[in-house]
Design a binder for this molecule. Structure first.
Ligand SMILES: Nc1ncnc2c1ncn2[C@@H]1O[C@H](COP(=O)(O)OP(=O)(O)O)[C@@H](O)[C@H]1O
Ligand SMILES: [Mg+2]
Length: 280
């Protein structure tokens, strides 16, 4: 019988990292499987961004091991990380667009800098780049901003351009650091709809850091319907989005909770309870 167990996409084994006296991550272990959605909550300074940076190999753990797509990346050199990073799309908290580049050039950047194939040829032929960029911008409904600079866009539009850039080379793993932070609720919901659309149309495994309870609710209970172009609520039971969505809560560098939405809602831990709906 074929093995139907989903592959591990991002695994931490007893990962710790310290900066001087600060223990930013303290013995963190988890395993995000292919097709899964992981929602990451935690107070400011609890280690969420550091966790994502370790996943990307931008920071090295002080101890423990990191596996990406099953490969141990803990001790990999920068150049050996490139092919792995090219399979990871990331939306940093600040959006991370280059101010001096147009939106078109920003979105083209990951394609133009894609690693070369072993035969020395660029992986993405130059004549395809413009079409791919337009498609990615169409995906976030920003096609009209090609020649604009980031400073000419609103905060929400910049976030959307960031999603276009993160998804342009169709990475199987997407990491989002606080994609709705600082946005008004309507714009925040629009960003979440795009994240769900990217997850469901491109079959990406996704990890999303957020402080908004609503973001977790949307990710766990809604899917993108390609026919209507809208989000629709999914069944709670069965093998759907909800079953593949798990939550983690970080507190002072420790993973203090890992589980399903129901388990989160049932948690009696006062710190974990900060990240659930306000109960009367
Ligand atoms: N490069 C760094 N140098 C020193 N301390 C850092 C660095 N990055 C993060 N930290 C510290 O690690 C802790 C976790 O940070 P971070 O992961 O950014 O928190 P958050 O959960 O808000 O994303 C904080 O105490 C922060 O000050
Ligand atoms: Mg952060």
């Amino acid at each position: 019988m074929p093995d139907s167990t989903p592959q591990s996409v991002l695994r931490f084994e007893h990962v710790s990292i310290t900066f001087g006296d600060t223990v930013a991550l303290n013995d963190v272990s988890f395993d995000l499987k292919a097709g899964g959605t992981r929602i990451i909550y935690g107070a400011a300074g609890s280690g969420k961004s550091v966790m994502l940076k370790i996943a990307l190999g931008l920071l090295k753990p002080s101890s423990g091991r990191v596996f990406v797509f099953g490969q141990d990346t803990t001790d990999l050199k920068e150049k050996d990380l490139f092919p792995i990073r090219s399979k990871m799309g990331v939306l940093f908290q600040e959006g991370g667009l280059f101010d001096s580049m147009t939106i078109e050039d920003n979105v083209a950047y990951p394609l133009e800098n894609a690693i070369t194939a072993p035969d020395g040829k660029a992986r993405i032929p130059a004549d395809q780049i413009s079409g791919r960029v337009r498609e990615a911008l169409r995906f976030v409904e920003l096609e009209q901003t090609l020649v604009k600079f980031p400073s000419e866009l609103s905060g929400g539009m910049r976030r959307r351009a960031g999603i276009a850039r993160a998804t342009v080379n169709e990475p199987p793993l997407m990491l989002y650091d606080s994609p709705t932070a600082g946005l008004d609720p309507i714009t925040a919901n629009m960003i979440m709809a795009l994240i769900i659309k990217a997850r469901d149309t491109k079959n990406t495994t996704s990890a999303i850091v957020t402080h908004r309870y609503q973001d977790g609710q949307l990710l766990a209970n809604f899917r993108y319907n390609p026919e209507s172009g809208r989000l629709e609520r999914t069944e709670k039971n069965g093998d759907g989005v909800c079953a593949r969505t798990t939550f983690m809560v970080f507190g002072e560098g420790r993973l203090v909770f890992e589980g399903t939405q129901d388990e989160l809602d049932r948690s009696a831990d006062p710190y974990v309870s900060k990240f659930k709906a306000v109960k009367q």
